[in-house]
Write a new protein. Structure first.
Length: 179
């Protein structure tokens, strides 16, 4: 063989690298697969930081921004940590923009409440430090396993286990203090 044939993905090359490279080479439809892989991560990062009813719109905004700025990503394998950082920054921007405004509409008073207990627990999770907050939301809201969380956010599986353990310990203490 002459070596001109290149497989779409080598055995050692992570899927993120292949997909990012394909999008940068003009195969924009491959960005949909990145969305499928990383939307739960972005959703969890936002859910840990902003009101639930704002999350879906922000997820879409973040992926549109990521598509426009994909050429600035230095290491295609680091797509997960990169888009998670975009989500964290967008959440901070959201709070800066809404700090001085309170939006009230006719649905505020009559909106269907979430499961009150789940909402209360999510509010308590939002009070935890970032590392614990994100890993807990990824685990319990998005249903990711420890290794999935590690690969998506760029941590080691051991770090994720520690964050989950410490986060649960803090959450139990907060739940006990509220009860």
């Amino acid at each position: 063989m002459t070596g001109a044939f290149r497989s779409p993905q080598t055995i050692d090359e992570p899927i993120e690298h292949t997909l990012v490279r394909a999008v940068l080479d003009g195969e924009h439809d491959r960005f949909g697969r990145l969305y499928e892989l990383y939307a739960p991560l972005v959703h969890a990062v936002l859910l840990a930081r902003v009101p639930r009813d704002e999350v879906d719109d922000l997820v879409q905004d973040i992926f549109l921004h990521a598509l426009k700025k994909l050429h600035t990503l230095r290491n295609p394998t680091a797509f997960g940590p990169w888009i998670a950082m975009i989500a964290r920054n967008r959440a901070m921007d959201f709070h800066r923009a809404s700090r001085d405004t309170v939006e009230v509409d006719e649905h505020t008073a009559v909106a269907k409440p979430l499961n009150r207990t789940a909402k209360e627990v999510l509010d308590l999770i939002r009070q935890l430090p970032d590392a614990y907050r994100e890993t807990l939301v990824l685990r319990f809201v998005e249903g990711m396993t420890g290794p999935e969380i590690a690969s998506r956010v760029g941590l080691t599986p051991a770090s994720v286990r520690v964050n989950l353990h410490r986060g649960m310990k803090l959450l139990r203490a907060k739940i006990g203090a509220v009860a």
